[in-house]
Design a protein around this ligand. Sequence first.
Ligand code: C2E
Ligand code: CA
Ligand code: CA
Ligand code: CA
Length: 278
Amino acid sequence: AKDEGKNTFRMFCEELTRSSRERINLIHALQHAQDRNELFLHYQPKIDNSTGRVTGVEALLRWNSADLGSIPPDRFIPLAEESRLIIPIGEWVIRTACSQQVAWKRVGCDLSMAVNISAVQLKSPGLIETIASAIEETGIEAEQLELELTESCLVDRPDEVIKILEKLRELRCNIAIDDFGTGYSSLSYLKNFPVTVLKIDRSFVKDLTSNSSDRAIAQSVVNLANNLDMVTVAEGVEHQHQQTVLEEIGCNFVQGYLHCEPVPPEEIPAIVRARNQG
Ligand code: C2E
Ligand code: CA
Ligand code: CA
Ligand code: CA
C-alpha cells in the first residue's frame, strides 16, 4: 500500500512535468505563430431574428501550427493570456477583422464585425490606441465594430474598466458582454458599464426547451436588455426548437450551428447572398 502511494505520487509528478512541458512547448510555438502565418480567422454569421437576414459576423481565431497541428482556441487562448502574447495576437485579430469587414463591404456585403477581447488586452495600456488606429487605417465604420468582453473583464478594478469602455464608446464602437450569466459579477454593473449588447451564453440555450428555469432566465435577460436599451444575441443555437423559443421570447439575434458554423472569409459573401436574397 505504501509503494502504491509512492507510485501514485511519481505518476502525479510525471504527469505534472509532462503537462508543464506541453504548456511551455505551446507557448514557444505560439511565439512564432504570427510570423509564420499560422494564425487565421474564421467568421460565424449572426442572424437578425426579425428579418432572418445575416447582419453581422463574429471573428474567431484559428491556429494551425506547422509543428503541433491544429490547436483549438480553448487550449491556446488561456496560454496566450498567461504569456501576454494575446496582446500582439489580439492586435492582429482586430486589424485583420476590420480590414476584412471593409473588403466585404466593397463587394456589397455589409456586415457588423464582432471581435473577442480578453481581459489582459482590455487592461493593456495600448488598447484604445490600437482600436482607434485600426478604425482609422482600415476605414471601418466604428458603429459596425463590436467588442465582445466576458464578465471576468469587468469584475476586477471596475472603475478603470468603466473608463476604458467609455473611451471605446466615444470612438462609437459597440460593446457586448459575452457568455452573459456565467460570470460571478453582480447585475449592478449593467447599470454602470456602457454596454450595448448581451450575449446569452450557450449553456442557457442548450436546455431552453426542456428546462423551464433556463427559459425563464433567457426571458429575463431579454427583458432586462430591452429595459436597458441593449440588444440580445443567443449563442450556440443548434436546434430548430431552440430557435422557436428564442423568437418567442424576443431575442434579437442568433448564432449557432443551426444557421451556420464559423467559416473561412471567402465563403461569407455567398452565404450572405443566399440567405439575404429577396
Ligand atoms: P466564444 O467567444 O464564446 O465563441 C463561441 C464559440 O462557440 C466558438 O468556439 C464557436 O465556434 C462555438 N460555436 C458556435 N456555434 C456553436 C453551436 O451551435 N454549438 C456549439 N457547441 N458551439 C458553437 P471557438 O471558435 O472554439 O472559440 C472558443 C473561445 O475561444 C471563444 O468563445 C472565445 O472565448 C475564444 N476566442 C476565439 N477567438 C478569439 C479571439 O480572437 N480573441 C480572444 N481573446 N478569444 C477568442
Ligand atoms: Ca464571443
Ligand atoms: Ca460566447
Ligand atoms: Ca465562451
